[in-house]
Design a protein around this ligand. Structure first.
Ligand code: F3S
Length: 775
């Protein structure tokens, strides 16, 4: 990287602690026996264990059977946070009263920036509209020694790849596409703010030991096929839940045929298959990337470690590593894929897509093409798209629909500007948006006449395509594809066009066919660093910095610790709501306009459960109080909270499925929720509830769900004993039915570990951390 402006990144803090990790790997080998062959995921994870012996000795099968079972206590090397989720993470961190973070961390302002008319207009307006939040994040970053990347500096995952990710690193990020860093050989896991706080205060972070799904790559991509197609194909094969509980570990001879940024694209979208993270082994292709991003010393160390004897090789899997499952992909025969609409696992090979459009009656016209995002904004992506634009320009063609380009970082943008790539896009009518999430996270103000309710098809190089995600219009179908395919489709304007076989016609009536795209992997003249105002602040803490949270703010509010558990069982709880059907984290804490209040727990709590279906009446968000009066669910919860009444929610299967959104646990807790009684829980959400001091219980007999009605009164039996006996014992609920006064005892199950009992007793995991810091 050109170090103009005197910018000197702190390479030491960006280098994984290799000597320590190698020592731990040695210990892992000693405990498991030298004959135990390890996957790369295991090597990196286990080398980050807080206590190697304690975790691994519990195994009885050479450490193999801990996968999917044991709770690993890990010490990550670094934390990255994006602006929307960083607010709650920092507010929680602040309650621990530490002078600085225990591990290096960074904040990236990318989610709150709108994409509308182009970076020059959109960026200043977004900064103005979110000034209070950005000021808070910047002041907290300064105080606690967190590197702060201001609005416009880039998208978190691109910036992390360019600056922080490195082979063998383990990091947490408060965003679900954190696994992007796995393209550069790091284990990078997306988490909620409370989990990030574990790492920030140096407490071990718990993870159920993942299983390892091996994806063997053979052959070499060619023609139109790109790294994006590898993951579009795989997402189709695995479905959105197929990767749950797994780390996807790529291996095989095809790995070295991929560029480093191509590997990042693939790792990024493992999240779409529900994987814990995705990981690539050290590859010689990592070396030029590390060098061109100013990290030659890391490249050198990684090369040395990767060529060490098998026993000491931290950066590649052992030869006979055992995977829980293996999928093989032949890159040589892979064709481009298009995924969508509305779900990223609906995957169609390009050659079959026109047929699928007809069969499903999807729109035949493309309404917009968008390239970039954290998934696909590398130099190579943009260079290959540029190549197609130049081909079409030479035939006198321009895109027939609005065409948007989102560079992933200022470094990418400045380099593309220098190399005239951006000009090529702008000359044909392309709009260059700010280096931020913009349309990918719904911050897209469409100006192309498409209104809410209009059926239309967009092609994007993004990673997610749930209804309404991009423009708030549930009738927009987002088809995910590589930037190359998106670019070609923007010229055709037709969803049935196949750029590999079909021709376009120019104004003179001449036929034009695209040739397969080409483009340099890395900029031949190196990366530009870009505008100095987008460089990060230093990571040195300045404890005297005041952290700005206005008491009258409606966007930020300091957190008050939750009170500890009483010294006895809970009594006098009321059933606030009995939910029927799916209850996802979106149902519990809606996104969209509510994102604005992520740093203000009281305000965002007004969205609690607002799309939950009332089991008794089928109504949505209509709750009944004891006197029969009705209100919204959050309003009734607030009313009861004001009356000093605590409550529980009763629900069906997989309560809290979806994301790691911690607000879905924080909000019920804030409003007085004590217990969630469900037929089953989504694992991450269940953990989040315990971390916030809410007790998740499941029915021993599912049919007991039918015995309960809203406003019934509930007392716990045995809960206090379970909590004080490190999770031993069982809990029942004594139900007094509101209608008849009849008493019923309902048997339940719990999954509280010793640590989790401690969280509930203390009031929250954060209270435990704060206490540890004080003592
Ligand atoms: Fe941002 Fe979209 Fe990635 S929201 S972090 S660009 S998935």
């Amino acid at each position: 990287t050109k170090s103009s402006h005197g910018y000197q990144p702190d390479i030491q803090s960006r280098t994984p602690p290799y000597p320590k990790l190698l020592k731990r790997l040695h210990e892992v080998r000693r405990v498991l026996g030298p004959e135990r062959q390890l996957t790369l995921a295991e090597k990196i994870l286990y080398s980050h264990l807080d206590n190697v012996e304690e975790s691994l000795l519990s195994s009885t099968d050479n450490g193999l059977n801990i996968r999917g079972r044991a709770n690993l206590k890990l010490k990550p090397d670094r934390v990255a946070m994006q602006d929307a989720s960083a607010q709650m993470a920092l507010l929680q961190f602040m309650t621990c009263n530490l002078p600085s973070t225990a591990v290096p961390a960074s904040i990236h302002c990318d989610h709150m920036i709108v994409g509308e008319r182009g970076a020059d207009v959109d960026l200043p307006e977004s900064i103005k509209g979110n000034k209070e939040v950005f000021d808070f994040l910047e002041s907290a970053a300064k105080k606690y020694g967190i590197e702060f990347w201001p609005p416009g500096a880039g998208i978190i995952h691109q910036t992390v790849l360019e600056n922080y990710s490195a082979p063998g690193l383990m990091m947490l990020g408060t965003d679900s596409h954190t696994p992007n860093a796995g393209g550069l050989g790091a284990i990078a896991i997306g988490v909620g703010g409370a989990d990030a706080v574990d790492a920030l205060v140096d407490a071990p972070w718990e993870l159920k030991a993942p299983k390892v799904l091996g994806v063997r790559l053979e052959g070499e991509l060619n023609g139109w096929a790109s790294p994006k197609d590898v993951i579009l194909y795989l997402a189709g094969k695995l479905t959105v839940r197929g990767g749950t509980g797994f780390i996807i570990e790529y291996h095989g001879p095809g790995v070295d045929s991929l560029s480093c940024t191509g590997m990042a694209t693939i790792a990024n979208m493992g999240a779409e298959a529900g994987a814990t993270t995705s990981l690539f082994p050290f590859s010689e292709r990592h070396v030029p990337y590390l060098e061109s991003t100013g990290r030659s010393s890391i490249a050198l160390q990684a090369q040395t470690i990767a060529s060490a004897t098998p026993l000491q090789n931290l950066l590649r899997a052992d030869k006979d590593a055992q995977y829980d499952e293996v999928i093989t992909i032949d890159l040589s025969t892979l064709e481009p894929h298009v995924n969508g609409p509305h779900t990223p696992d609906l995957s169609t090979p390009l050659s079959k897509f026109a047929e699928a459009v007809k069969t499903n009656q999807w729109p035949t016209k493309v309404s917009a093409g968008l390239i970039g995002s954290c998934t696909n904004s590398s130099y190579q992506d943009m260079a290959r798209a540029e190549n197609l634009v130049k081909q079409a320009s030479s035939a006198g063609l321009t895109p027939t629909v609005p065409f948007y380009v989102t560079p992933g970082s200022e470094q990418i943008r400045a380099t593309l500007e220098r190399d005239e790539t951006l000009n090529t896009f702008v000359d044909v009518g392309g709009v260059v948006l700010a280096n931020a999430c913009g349309p990918c996270i719904g911050q897209w103000k469409r100006t192309d006449g498409v209104e809410k309710g209009d059926d239309n098809a967009i092609f994007t190089s993004f990673n997610r395509n749930f209804r309404g995600r991009n423009d708030g219009n549930p009738d927009t179908m987002n088809f995910l594809a590589s930037p190359e395919i998106v670019t070609a489709m923007s010229y055709a304007g037709s969803t049935t066009f196949n750029p590999m076989t079909d021709a376009l016609t120019n104004a003179k009536g001449e036929e034009f066919r695209f040739s397969p795209p080409t483009g340099a992997e890395l900029p031949p003249s190196g990366f530009e660093i870009g505008k100095p105002e987008f460089l990060p602040s230093s990571g040195a803490p300045i404890p005297s910095t005041p952290v700005i949270v206005s008491p009258t703010s409606d966007r930020l509010a300091l957190l008050d610790p939750f009170p500890p558990f009483p010294h006895n069982d809970l009594s006098g709880l009321r059933v606030l709501y009995k939910v029927t059907g799916k209850c996802t984290t979106d149902t519990i804490s809606a996104a969209g306009p509510w994102l604005k209040y992520k740093g203000h727990l009281p305000n965002i709590s007004a969205n609690t459960l607002i799309t939950a279906i009332n089991a008794a009446t089928g109504e949505v968000n209509i709750a009944y109080d004891i006197d029969g009066s009705t209100s919204g669910i959050p309003e009734l919860a607030q009313k009861w909270k004001d009356q000093g009444l605590e409550w529980l929610v009763v629900a069906e299967h997989n309560y809290g499925e979806g994301s790691a959104r911690e607000h879905a646990a924080l909000q019920p807790r804030y409003l007085g929720g004590r217990v969630i009684l469900a037929k089953s829980f989504a694992r991450i959400h269940e953990t989040n509830l315990k971390k916030q001091g809410v007790v998740p219980l499941t029915f021993e007999n599912e049919a007991d769900y039918d015995l309960i009605t809203a406003c019934d009164e509930v007392s716990t039996i045995g809960l206090f004993d379970v909590l004080t006996n490190r999770g031993q014992g069982s809990v029942s609920l004594k139900l007094t039915r509101r209608a008849t006064g009849e008493e019923v005892v309902i048997k339940t199950r719990h999954t509280m570990s010793e640590d989790q009992c401690g969280f509930v007793l203390a009031g929250s995991a954060l209270n435990v951390l704060a206490r540890m810091q004080r003592s």
